[in-house]
Design a protein around this ligand. Structure first.
Ligand code: KIV
Length: 287
């Protein structure tokens, strides 16, 4: 991909050229800088930030204010990257007008390039209205973490013929409504393959096997910053939480032993001035 900021046409053409798409989540200024330096094809400000950054036990508490705050930081850290932002729980489900209003806020106030929302047939009207308003939309089906209570847990989707049919129908509907790409989360890999082969838009998988057009991973999982649960399908290329703790431990030890900071690192005032001050404050000699 070239160095100018990618567009949805570039993303779509990667599928035609059989180029795999590498998307990764980013939530703040430094994670965005790291992803931009690595030339990730797309950055996703996922509502997974509720769990991996804010420590909630699901994505449900995440607000529009959280998404705007974090997306703005990502935009500052990666001005030349294609940034997709998740629409948080209950910012689009209740009505087309909520969806338009909130997607518009994310584009205007946080300067993302596209929004992503969870759901198939049930949210097609919202998707179509947003696209008609000029807002690029990425779909998200399969495991939908915002519906974890309805689904009864985080588990593999598309395991029966009925589930596979309904996933396929949802994917087709989202493509027909105008989505430029869709995420398939935790879908049986041969069902994911069938969907990727049937759609002309890119299908980005997470926990859905290799036979799709691209992958997305959560930044904290792939870098080993996630102290809590790491899903079995994720791969940790680094173990940075351990590295961070080691760094802080080294600092703590040096503070305790007095070797940090070293004397002389910071400028001193003229000794004659100090001597006068010490005399004025009735302090003894130098320490
Ligand atoms: O919120 C998120 O990070 C996501 C990805 C896991 C696809 O939606």
């Amino acid at each position: 991909m070239s160095t100018r900021k990618p567009t949805i046409r570039d993303i779509r053409s990667m599928k035609q050229k059989h180029e795999k798409i590498a998307m990764v989540t980013a939530y703040d200024y430094p994670s965005a800088m790291a992803c931009a330096r690595a030339n990730a094809d797309m950055l996703l400000v996922g509502d997974s930030l509720g769990m991996v950054v804010l420590g909630y036990d699901s994505t449900l508490p995440v607000t529009m204010a959280d998404m705007i705050h974090h997306t703005s930081a990502v935009r500052r850290g990666a001005p030349g990257s294609f940034v997709v932002t998740d629409m948080p729980f209950m910012s689009y489900q209740a009505s087309v007008s909520d969806a338009l209003h909130n997607a518009g806020r994310l584009m205007k106030e946080a300067a993302c390039d596209a929004v992503k929302l969870e759901g198939g047939q049930a949210i097609v009207a919202q998707v179509a209205a947003m696209i008609a308003a000029g807002i690029p939309v990425m779909g998200h089906i399969g495991l939908q973490p915002q519906s974890v209570h309805q689904l009864g847990g985080y588990r593999l989707q598309g395991k029966t013929a009925g589930q596979a049919h309904s996933l396929y129908d949802d994917a087709r509907r989202l493509e027909d409504a105008g989505c430029f790409a869709i995420v398939l989360e935790c879908v049986a890999e041969n069902v994911a393959q069938l969907i990727a082969e049937s759609l002309s838009i890119p299908v980005i998988g997470i926990g859905s096997g290799p036979y799709v057009d691209g992958q997305v991973l959560v930044f904290h999982d792939l870098l080993g910053i996630n102290g809590a649960y790491v899903p079995s399908f994720a791969k940790s290329y680094k173990h940075l939480l351990d590295e961070m703790a080691n760094g802080v431990t080294a600092y703590r030890d040096e503070v305790r032993t007095g070797s940090f900071p070293p004397a002389g690192q910071v400028a001193s005032v003229d000794p004659a001035v100090m001597a006068a001050l010490r005399k004025e404050y009735n302090l003894g000699g130098h320490h």
